[in-house]
Design a protein around this ligand. Sequence first.
Ligand SMILES: [Zn+2]
Length: 356
Amino acid sequence: MDVARYFKLGVLAGVRAVGGFAIARWLSSHQLRILCYHGGCIGDERLYNPRLFCTAAHVRSRLAWLTRKSFTPMALADAVSGLRKGRISERLPVVVTIDDGWFSSRRDVIEPCLSSGYPVALYVATQVAKHRTPVLDVTVNYILWRVGRNRVDISGLPALTSGSYDLADAETRQHVHDAVIGWLRGLAQQPAEISAALEQFATAIGLAPDALDLQSRRFDYLDTEELRAIALQGCAIELHGHEHRYPVGQPARLRADILACREFLTSIGLPKPLHYCYPSGEFDDHAESVFEELGIASGTTCLPGLVNPKSPGSLGYLPRFLDSESVTDLEFEAEMSGFLEFVRYLAKRGAAKAPG
Ligand SMILES: [Zn+2]
């Protein structure tokens, strides 16, 4: 852990010890919190990418803390409707959202939330869900992570010239990654063909298919039947774009992408989705007019913050806190209590007052 973070955690521990978090919760009790999770964890994915994958135990411990501190679970649609009216009567309202649509999210995030009384909105990136293939870049990066920064001999792979590759060298590693991704994207996006190619790459650089374990579906999204099943369990299925990429500065493309995402979800029998989440948190000023045209009620970003129902700002750019296994209990409590929002407010005021 770096010194700055160590120092920050020390300060937060002190603030919590003297009741600062409890005061922050009291002062911000009617402000909305929106939480975000991604995938669950079937094998060792949380060690590979703790920001993307987390265990059910992690989610359950967060929910238990929220319940202990009397937070009120809210559905995204109800919270947005409250913001529109300028009033949320619930105390310490919290909305849980989940991005992407990972297969592992169902067991490790969605079901623990629903069984604890927390409604969930799942923002689905529909291209991967439609093709039913593992997520290419995440799986390739996982394979490279498992192999480590070693020298490997690669042969018999269409993507790369046979020879020795030093994966400790950042440029070589990137070259291997890009070449393999290019090769995979050039294949027909059929699940069996993509899985076979990923296993071929893994084997070629020294990772056995059993260790990659694609059969567990840990790098897949939920399929259409599973999406319908979780919708019946009470999970709201919402928009995360079709291509899972925000087209900065291209409103026509954004419109087409949202329409393609919506079309897929309604074509599999789900209710018309009304809420959008920016892929990778990227956005621009064009989103609002596209949302208005398409009847999109809200957009969530990856910028942390609380929403004051009396002055919510644009509902097209709602702040959201990305929780993950790399967030400590202290940081989570500081954010959800509203203490870090208070610190950001002071920092903004300080910056505004600073002579420039
Ligand atoms: Zn995403």
